[in-house]
Design a protein around this ligand. Structure first.
Ligand code: PLP
Length: 404
């Protein structure tokens, strides 16, 4: 029998489905504020000049070839990437790091590793991982597929449009001892709302007192504030405080390497012996999954981060993206006021990173799409990267119309 004929149609991906709908839309006014990718001031994708130069160098290098990378990836790239995340002075002899298929692949390997090796709290058949509500939608499926018991903790209060700090602390406190807690390292997606330094201190203390394990997802280092060092505050603080964190690191946004699938997964161990054992297990997870990672994006990051001049140019490029996004954030709120909106939009200016989490209802979002051809996710999240001087007034007027 033809089993294929019985397979049901699966639902489209929530975000990529909207991107498809945008593509087929014929309305000339259409605006895409759904994409989680940087666009320049003319609405075009941008290859960072430092990345372009590194790529040219790579192609003109006579030693360049297309050989397989090792299972754990290019070790020079991995070390440079880990220094980018953990700091120049980090003790890499205790950190087990592997190259990954960007942030998504890192989460998947990390989830698999945790599900295999974290002791299950009494009475549970799977290792629980607590994920914020809301979060990047893919987290749920990734960690379920990795064999974990996906649970949620409160993160955002949609009445105040601010962090639900008390809810977060209560939920982490009530989680069974030894749970895994997923934290966004900076520029929380989709809310753009991060804990303050003082709140991070208390979260770290609570996690210690409950013997929880920390999984940091870092998809926006440098892209959030324009300063990669500042954006690494939380994860470096946790390492300083002695947490054996697991870190998923993506170079998609901050290097603009989206389609190159460049990232790392790392585990902070306590000794070089632990590091060796962990690394060996990560390789055992990777080998039957995809054997070895792609080389192109990692080679670019390696060239940029091993050359002082290119590194400093890169930091400027990254700051330029963050700056344009910040400018759009401020301008959106300014223009909303100019076109007559009397709502309090201060949460939008306080947020950080690629998105504005507006607080609009799903009905309002639907209306923006159906009446104004403005494409966004139904949680009211707007990608500021999709805004520019040519469309910001149109978008602000439409938001005012549907929220008035
Ligand atoms: N984690 C978060 C919070 C994200 O927002 C994203 C991308 O949107 C990712 C991870 C992974 O992205 P990628 O797999 O392209 O690195």
């Amino acid at each position: 029998s033809n089993y294929l004929s019985t397979i049901p149609q699966g639902p489209p991906d929530a975000i990529l489905g909207i991107a498809e709908a945008f593509k087929t839309c014929t309305d000339t006014r259409k605006v895409n504020v759904c994409v989680g990718a940087y666009r320049d001031s003319t609405g075009k994708p941008w290859i960072l000049p430092s990345v372009r130069k590194a790529e040219e160098r790579l192609l003109s290098d006579a030693a360049f070839n297309k050989e397989y990378a090792p299972i754990a990836g290019d070790p020079t790239y991995v070390n440079l990437a880990l220094q980018f995340a953990y700091g120049k002075d980090a003790n890499l002899s205790n950190i087990a790091g592997v190259q990954s298929l960007s942030g998504t692949g890192a989460c998947r390997i990390g989830g698999h590793f945790l599900s295999k090796f974290v002791p299950k709290p009494a009475g549970l058949t799977k290792v629980p991982i607590y994920i914020p509500t809301p979060t990047w939608g893919n987290h749920i499926a990734i960690f379920q597929e990795a064999g974990m018991d996906v649970r949620r903790y409160r993160y955002y209060n949609s009445k105040t449009n601010r962090l639900d700090y008390d809810g977060l602390m209560e939920d982490l406190n009530n989680a069974p001892e030894g749970s895994v807690i997923l934290l966004h390292a900076c520029a929380h997606n989709p809310t753009g709302c991060d804990p303050t330094h003082e709140q991070w201190h208390s979260i770290s203390e609570l996690i210690h007192s409950k013997s929880h394990h920390v999984f940091f997802d870092s998809a926006y280092q440098g892209f959030a504030s324009g300063d990669a060092e500042a954006d690494a505050f939380a994860l470096r603080y946790f390492v300083e405080q002695g947490h054996n964190i697991v870190l998923a690191q993506s170079f998609a946004k901050n290097f603009g390497l989206y389609g190159e699938r460049t990232g790392t997964l790392s585990v902070v161990c306590s000794t070089p012996e632990e590091r060796e054992a962990v690394l060996s297990q990560l390789k055992l997870i990777i080998r039957p999954m995809y054997s070895s990672p792609p080389v192109h994006g990692a080679s670019i990051v390696k060239i940029v981060l091993s050359d002082d001049e290119l590194t400093s140019e890169y930091y400027n490029n990254c700051e330029e993206m963050a700056h344009r996004i910040r400018a759009m954030r401020e301008k959106l709120v300014e223009v909303l006021k100019e076109v007559g909106s009397t709502h309090d939009w201060s949460h939008v200016t306080e947020q950080i990173g690629m998105f504005a989490f507006t607080g609009m209802s799903s009905d309002m979002c639907d209306q923006l799409t159906s009446e104004y051809a403005i494409y966004l996710t139904r949680d009211g999240r707007i990608s500021l990267a999709g805004l520019n001087d040519g469309n910001i007034e149109y978008v602000a007027k439409a938001i005012h119309a549907v929220t008035d």
